[in-house]
Design a protein around this ligand. Sequence first.
Ligand SMILES: Nc1nc2c(c(=O)[nH]1)N[C@H]1C(S)=C(S)[C@@H](COP(=O)(O)OP(=O)(O)OC[C@H]3O[C@@H](n4cnc5c(=O)[nH]c(N)nc54)[C@H](O)[C@@H]3O)O[C@H]1N2
Ligand SMILES: Nc1nc2c(c(=O)[nH]1)N[C@H]1C(S)=C(S)[C@@H](COP(=O)(O)OP(=O)(O)OC[C@H]3O[C@@H](n4cnc5c(=O)[nH]c(N)nc54)[C@H](O)[C@@H]3O)O[C@H]1N2
Ligand code: SF4
Ligand SMILES: [Mo]
Length: 741
Amino acid sequence: MSATKTLCPYCGVGCGLEVLPPATPNQATHRDAAGTPIWKVRGDRAHPSSQGQVCVKGATVAESLHKDRLLYPMLRDTLDEPFRRVSWDEALERVVERLQTSHRTLGPDAICMYGSGQFQTEDYYLAQKLLKGYLGTNNFDANSRLCMSSAVAAYIQSFGADGPPCCYADLDETDCAFLIGTNTAECHPIVFNRLQKRRKKNRKVRLIVVDPRRTPTAAAADLHLAIQPGTDIALLNGMANLLRRWGKLDTVFIDECTRNFPAYVETLRHYPPELVARTCGIRLNDLEKAARWWGESDRVLSLWSMGLNQSSEGTAKARTLINLHLMTGDIGKRGAGPFSLTGQPNAMGGREAGGLAHLLPGYRLIKNSQHRAEVEQFWQLPPGRIAPRPGRDVWSMIRGIEDGTVRFLWIAATNPAVSLPDLRRVQAALRRSPFTVYQDAYDPTETSAYAHVLLPAAQWSEKTGTMTNSERVVTLCPQFRPRPGEARADWEIFAEVGQRLGFGAAFEFTDAAAVYAEFVQLTRDRRCDLSGLSHARLASGPIQWPCPATETENISSGKRLYGDRRFATPDGRAVFAAARAQGLAEPVDADYPFVLTIGRLYGHWHTQTRTGRIPKTAKMHPEPRLEIHPRDAKKLGVVDSDWVELRSRRGRARLRAQVTEAIVPGTVFAPMHWGALWAADAEVNALTHAVACPDSLQPELKACAVAVSPVARSPQAAAEDMTAPTHPSPPASSAYASKLQ
Ligand SMILES: Nc1nc2c(c(=O)[nH]1)N[C@H]1C(S)=C(S)[C@@H](COP(=O)(O)OP(=O)(O)OC[C@H]3O[C@@H](n4cnc5c(=O)[nH]c(N)nc54)[C@H](O)[C@@H]3O)O[C@H]1N2
Ligand SMILES: Nc1nc2c(c(=O)[nH]1)N[C@H]1C(S)=C(S)[C@@H](COP(=O)(O)OP(=O)(O)OC[C@H]3O[C@@H](n4cnc5c(=O)[nH]c(N)nc54)[C@H](O)[C@@H]3O)O[C@H]1N2
Ligand code: SF4
Ligand SMILES: [Mo]
C-alpha cells in the first residue's frame, strides 16, 4: 500500500509527512514500545516546506494517537458528580437546550466558544458561521490569543492586513538572520535546520539571536544578545539610531512606500545607544555589532515568536521590529523581511477563517461595516445580524463567568486549565461556570475536570481537513485511520448543532471538502485569496497562497507578499510605528525580585496530551526544572537539583533547580508543559498574570515577578524522590472519572 501524504499536526513549521499502515505486505508489523501496531511516519521529501525532514515530535506522533482517548460523549449535571456515558443524541440535545436558554435569558453575549490553532480550517470556519453568523455573537476566541494575536495586530497596523510576508525560501537566501524572542532550534526545528544549512553553505551568513536565555538557538549564533526580559523595544530603537547615524537607510523606500517616518525618528531620540545598552543589560559593542551587521547585509530576515508576542506591549514590539525592515527596505525581496513563526499547526488557517473575536473570514474585521455586510450576504443572513463590536477575548470570557454574564462556555482543542495565565483565578471561574462543554481528543486532560459535557473529538489522522503553515502553504490532511469509539470531527459537531438549532441548510455539508469549498469563496479578492483551492486540487500536493481562482498552476513555494512594494493600507504605504517602551507590566521589587519567564522544550508539546504519552519524548524531559543563574543560586543557598519554591502575587509552584549560566542573572526560566496531571505543584501559570497588550489583548505570558526560595523537603518526601521513577507516569485514562484531583 502506498504512503498517505499529510502534514505534521504539531508546530507551525508544517512539515510534510508520509504515513504507512502498521502492516504492509512482506513487512513486519510496525509497533509502539508497548507492542501495539501503529502507523509508520516519515518525512515527505516532496513537501516544499520541509523537504523530507522531521523532528522528534513529528516522527513519534503515531505513538500517541491510540492512547487514553475520550471515546464517548459524557454528561453530568454538576462538577461534583461522576460523568455518565450518554448517546450523541442526548449530549447534543443538552448542548442545544442550554444554548437556547442562555440565548433567551441573557442574549447572545452569554454564549462563548474558546477554540484552537489545532482546529483544521473547516472546523474553524463552521464555528465562525455558527457563533458570529447564526447565533449572533462574536464571542469566538482561540488560544491564538495567547500566541499570535500580537503578530496579527502588528501586521494589520503596519501593512494594512495580516499575513506573514516571507516564505521559507528566504531562509536559503538571506545574508543575515535576526532571531528575536524565538527559540527556533527547539520550537521550529526544521526552519532552524534550513537556516543552518544556508549558513553551512555560506559562512558569511550571520545569525543574531536576541533572548534572555542562551537557548540552543542562541548557542548557535554568531552574536547572542542576552537582553533583560521586556527590553526589546529599547534594543530595536537603539539599533535604528545607529543605522540612521551610519546612513544605512533606504531613503527611496522610506519616501515612496511608507508613512509616519518623522514621528518614528522623533521617538528614536529617547533611545541613545549608550542608554539602550544599559537598559538591555548588554555591551555597547554588541549593540553596535548587531546594528552594523544589519546595515551591512543586503538581505536581512528576522524571525520572531513568543518572546515578542507574549507581552503587554507585544504589538508595539513586533511593529518596532517591522520598523527596522521598513527603514532599510528589507521587505518584499528575496531573503529579507519580518517573519513571525506561527506556533500551532493551523493558527494561520484560523486567521484566514476569522478565528478570533475581532475577525471575520477572509482577513476581515468585525469593526468594518462593509466586511460584516459582505459576510452576512454570503451567509444569507439579514443585514445587521453580525454584531458590530468584537466579541469577548478569552480573558473577557473568564471575567464574564466571574460576573455571571457568561452562561455557556464551549471549549474545544485547547487545555485552558493549564495554559491560561493567572491559573488559580481561571480554575475558580471554571468551577463556577454554569455550563461548560469540552470537546477534546484525550481523556483526562486538566480541563475535563471542569466540564459538564465531554464531546469526543476525532483528531488529526481521523478526519479530513486542511491546515496552513507559517509560510502560507496549505496542505490537505486526509483521514487515514479509523476513529476511536464514537469520536466525531469538530466541524461535524458544529454542523449538527447548527442543524439542531434549526439553521437547516446553512449547516448541511456532505463532507469537509464541501465546507472548504464554501469557505474559500469568502476569501476571493482578499489578501489571503484561497479561492483557487479545493480539497480535490490539494490532493495533488500543497499550494501556497495567495491562490486566486485564476491561478491554474499549482505553486507550492517561493511566494512572498509586497514584492510590488504596495501595502494593503488605503494609500498603499506601510506605516512606521512610533512606540515608546513601557517595560514589563509587573516589574520586580524587593518582595518579588526575579523575573520568571516561561517557554518550551524540544520534545514536549504544550500540555503533554500527546508527548507525555510517548516514551521517547517523555524521557527527553523527565521533569520540569527551574533554570537559575549560579550567582542567584549561590545567594539563595541553592545547589543544582535542590527543590525551590516560586511565589508570585497570585500563586506558587515547586520545581527542582537547574543551576546554569544559560539564563541571565535576575531571571529564572520554567517550562510550560507540566499541568496538574503530570507533576505536583509545577503549574507555572499559577504564577503568571493576565495583563495584556492593549492592541492585541495578548497576555504577558513571558514575564511576571516572583520570589524564589529553597524548600526543605521532608525526609519522607526526599526518600520518595529517590525511589520515584525518572519521569512521572502518564495519568490513567479515566473516561468515566468524575473529577480530577
Ligand atoms: N517543542 C515545541 N515546539 C513548539 C511548541 C511546543 O510546545 N513545543 N509549541 C508551538 C507553539 S504554539 C508556539 S507559540 C511556538 C513558540 O515558539 P518560541 O516562541 O520559540 O518558544 P518559547 O519557548 O515560548 O519562547 C521563545 C523564547 O522567548 C524568550 N523570551 C522570554 N522573554 C523574552 C523577552 O522579553 N524578549 C525576548 N527577545 N525573548 C524573550 C524565552 O527565553 C524563550 O527562549 O512553538 C511552537 N513549537
Ligand atoms: N506561561 C505560558 N503560558 C502559555 C504559553 C507560554 O509560552 N507561557 N504559551 C501559550 C501558547 S503560545 C499556546 S499556543 C497555548 C497552548 O495551550 P493549549 O492549547 O492549552 O495546549 P495543548 O496541550 O496544545 O492543548 C490542545 C488540546 O487539543 C486537543 N486536540 C488535539 N487535536 C484535536 C482536535 O482535532 N480536536 C479537538 N477537539 N481537540 C484536539 C489535545 O488533546 C489538547 O488537549 O499555551 C499558552 N500558554
Ligand atoms: S518541526 Fe514542527 S511540523 Fe516539523 S516535524 Fe517537528 S513538530 Fe512537526
Ligand atoms: Mo502558541
